[in-house]
Write a protein that binds this ligand. Structure first.
Ligand SMILES: [Zn+2]
Length: 427
């Protein structure tokens, strides 16, 4: 397949615009090349798909989300622990019904795709039925997903707690059934919910299971101050929250630490040494009054940082909206916490979003959208919708236009893997 369009993406972590790009894929959906071309469209129009009216980008990826919380977005005005009790528990418990779970997951993945997201890491509930249903929905929609049952064994809603052996048995069955299925689009991700609801025994068993099967791991870390007190009371013999996970063997270069708002220098050192990844969830951190992550400080320290919408703590499935929150939260941090720290700009915010795929796929920590021989999912946005002006655009302006014009708007078309260019229904 050959597509003629304007293409904006990252080459070795730097944004690049090809105004007259010719993108060529092989039959498997792997990129053959992206070239600037000056050929007149009419000269060879039968040999390519003409998408000249669109700006084409690599598809987006979400590194932290909860499909089962899709229906509770925006509810309540409490902070994390009260909100979990009042909204998350009842919302997740009803996912024990296969059809309800399938329908919620289907709608969530379908909506995500409309916002241009082709790859998502999502927690499920603790249940096997809901997790199985979510994988089926992702398969039916042809999206790429990392999904895992959220493990808890104590100090949480009784219906969402399972014994250590039961949690691991569910993981084994789901992993055997779904990991690397649908042409490698679907992956199992080990998901101990957080140290507030997991015993040390469960976290160690989960770490062993992930290691034995070479899996990514996702959990929550240092999201909220009341949560920090809870962890201290549950593990008084361990100095810090990060060291609880380190003790359990959960930290490594395939480990995703959602939120990570309140980290001491010692904790940052441990995370960096273990090469674990911090997943910034700024819109959720603001909705649940959790706090403002010192993003620039983490980047300056060389931490690996990517981003997630954390549905339902976050309310929008749009990763352009999350990029907007990344910028806004860094501006708030600069205004009220540290005026020495420069806020993140639009290119940096989108770079953080595009790091999601690099870290989740574990291939490279540098973004290379022009790398040949690799799968490249694409999204298309009508140029007029972002006020794109031919011959005068630069990479920074485009990043800003995408974030501020497209936050909470559907894209126009999506192409995943070897699939065709799929037009997005705007309803
Ligand atoms: Zn979360």
């Amino acid at each position: 397949m050959r597509i003629r369009t304007s293409f904006w993406g990252f080459d070795n972590d730097n944004p690049v615009l090809f105004e007259n790009a010719l993108i060529e894929f092989d039959k498997l959906g792997n990129l053959v090349n992206i070239n600037e071309t000056l050929a007149e469209p009419s000269a060879e129009s039968s040999t390519y798909i003409d998408m000249d009216d669109f700006l084409c980008l690599p598809a987006l990826c979400d590194a932290h989300s909860h499909f089962a919380q899709f229906d509770i977005r925006g509810l309540g005005d409490g902070e994390l622990l009260d909100w979990l009790r009042d909204f998350v528990f009842p919302g997740e418990i009803e996912m024990e019904d296969y059809n309800k779970a399938y329908n919620r997951a289907y709608l969530y993945f379908k909506e995500s795709k409309k916002f241009g997201t082709s790859r998502i890491a999502s927690y499920s509930t603790s249940g096997e039925i809901a997790t199985d249903a979510a994988f089926k929905a992702a398969e039916d929609l042809g999206v790429r997903a990392f999904i895992g049952n959220s493990m808890s064994d104590e100090n949480f809603a009784e219906e969402l707690c399972k014994s250590v052996s039961e949690n691991i048995a569910i993981s084994e069955r789901i992993c055997n059934k779904w990991h690397n299925s649908n042409g490698g689009k679907l992956k199992y991700i080990a998901s101990p919910r957080f140290a507030g609801s997991c015993s040390m025994k469960l976290m160690r068993a989960c770490a062993d299971f992930a290691k034995a099967n070479d899996l990514n791991i996702q959990t929550h870390l240092s999201e909220n101050k009341a949560e920090l007190d809870l962890i201290k009371s549950r593990f008084p013999e361990i100095d810090t929250y990060t060291e609880v996970y380190d003790n359990a063997g959960l930290l490594g270069d395939k480990t995703f630490l959602g939120h990570s708002v309140y980290l001491s220098d010692r904790e940052l050192e441990i995370i960096k040494e273990k090469e674990s990844i911090i997943v910034h969830c700024p819109s959720s951190n603001i909705f649940l009054r959790s706090g403002i992550m010192p993003t620039r400080k983490y980047l300056d320290l060389g931490m690996k940082v990517c981003a997630g919408n954390d549905i339902g703590g976050g309310v929008s499935l749009s990763m352009f909206n999350e990029a907007k929150s990344i910028i806004e939260s860094s501006k708030i941090y600069k205004t009220i916490c540290d005026q020495e720290k420069k806020e993140l700009n639009s290119v940096e915010a989108l770079k953080m979003i595009y790091k999601n795929e690099c870290f989740l796929e574990g291939k490279s920590t540098i973004i290379n959208h022009f790398a040949t021989g690799k799968e490249l999912d694409l999204i298309f946005i009508k140029k007029e919708r972002i006020n794109f002006k031919k011959n005068i655009e630069n990479e920074q302006n485009i990043a800003s236009a995408l974030i501020y014009y497209m936050a909470n708007n559907y894209v126009d078309a999506v192409k995943i893997g070897a699939g065709k260019i799929e037009e997005i229904e705007k309803k």
